[in-house]
Design a binder for this molecule. Structure first.
Ligand code: BEZ
Length: 212
């Protein structure tokens, strides 16, 4: 099943390192970052999981819960946790789904057979409080993801949900933003009373309305 932007993230029940969960219940009212890694006890995955644990406060600030997944068992995740904590200097503070039967991996199309028949690729799904999928990312096994980029996308999504703006290339929270083309100049005067820099009629740059 292909999951596309705007789709409702499929619900599932699964065992995790923090007990059995119903995914929609677990994330109720919050954003979620659901991400898969290829295999426990592997080096790149160890760094990714450790870094994600260190982002706990950044996720909390944005009302986000993180949850990992691989086709290993919860028992293996628990054993591996000790290595992650020791080598990455963190405390694991989010659940990892044990998906040995590949139920969730198949539901979210996380196994790409031409990359590997058996292992999940590095998928990321950002899911909003209404359970809508807002971002999908797929990375190969050999390339660790940039979880600061995941936070940056969440900042952009939360900002652009609230204001009629879009965020430009390499935008970071606090940088100038773009007034969406569907807003007329007349309406923009009311929405952006501090004005904008009109580089072309469709490229109008303004201060970020909310810095958080
Ligand atoms: C890793 O996490 O280091 C890894 C996992 C699977 C294949 C290659 C690298």
């Amino acid at each position: 099943m292909t999951i596309r932007l705007g789709d409702i993230a499929p619900n599932f029940n699964a065992p995790t390192t923090e007990g059995e969960i119903d995914f929609h219940e677990w994330k109720k009212g919050r954003w979620a970052v659901l991400f898969s890694h290829p295999k426990d006890f592997t080096p790149v995955c160890t760094t990714e999981l450790g870094y994600t644990a260190k982002l706990k406060a950044d996720f909390e600030k944005r009302n986000v819960k993180a949850i990992g997944l691989s086709v290993d068992s919860v028992e293996d995740h628990r054993k591996w946790t000790k290595d992650i904590e020791r080598t990455q200097g963190c405390e694991m503070n989010f659940p990892m789904i044990g998906d040995a039967d590949r139920k969730v991996a198949n539901l979210y199309d996380m196994i790409h057979p031409n990359a590997s028949d058996t292992l999940t690729v590095r998928s990321v799904f950002i899911i909003d409080p209404n359970n809508k999928v807002r971002l999908t990312l797929t990375y190969p096994a050999s390339t660790g993801r940039n979880f600061d980029e995941v936070l940056r996308v969440i900042d952009s999504l939360q900002l652009t949900d609230g204001y009629k703006v879009a965020t430009p290339v390499n935008w970071k929270n606090g940088d100038d933003v773009i007034i969406v083309p569907s807003v007329s100049n007349e309406d923009a005067k009311k929405l952006f009373p501090n004005g904008w820099d009109e580089k072309t009629p469709y490229l109008r740059v303004t201060k970020q309305p909310k810095v958080g």
